[in-house]
Write a protein that binds this ligand. Structure first.
Ligand SMILES: [Fe+2]
Length: 139
């Protein structure tokens, strides 16, 4: 696997791990059923993305990173749910952008297919988080 591709996939892996950690923490903090549904859906997806990314990196001869990104800490330091959800939405956009960078490197077909699906899902979740922020905070 190209080193640049391995680096990007590992950044995504670390980010997904951080996303999972963050959503876990945020869902514990809210008692609103709609928010819990939002977080639970995101969490399931982050867990499977992490597993698939690890598998694909290994399958193509790379070494999956064991690290976790710092996104969770960054968001949890903010003491404002509205701002946290906005950041969550921006985090999804970041993932979609990183994936575009990886796709430019012409990854093998199985990685390419997974990344495209993952990018679309993150764009969808970005919109969903944005809509939720508007609905909850009447912005
Ligand atoms: Fe994610």
């Amino acid at each position: 696997m190209k080193p640049e591709l391995e680096t990007l996939l590992n950044r995504l892996l670390e980010a997904e791990r951080a996303g999972h950690q963050l959503l876990d923490a945020m869902s514990r903090e809210t008692s609103d059923p709609q928010m819990q549904a939002l977080f639970a859906n995101f969490t399931d997806v982050e867990i499977s993305d992490t597993a698939v990314l690890e598998g694909l990196i290994r399958l193509h001869g790379g070494t999956p990173s064991q690290k976790t990104g710092d996104f969770a800490d960054k968001v949890l330091r903010i003491d404002n749910l509205h701002e946290q959800i906005n950041l969550l939405s921006r985090g999804q956009a970041w993932v979609a952008r990183k994936i575009e960078q990886a796709l430019v490197l012409a990854p093998p077909p199985d990685i390419d297919a997974f990344l495209k699906e993952m990018a679309n899902r993150h764009r969808h979740n970005m919109e969903w988080a944005r809509a939720e922020a508007i609905k909850q905070f009447d912005e």
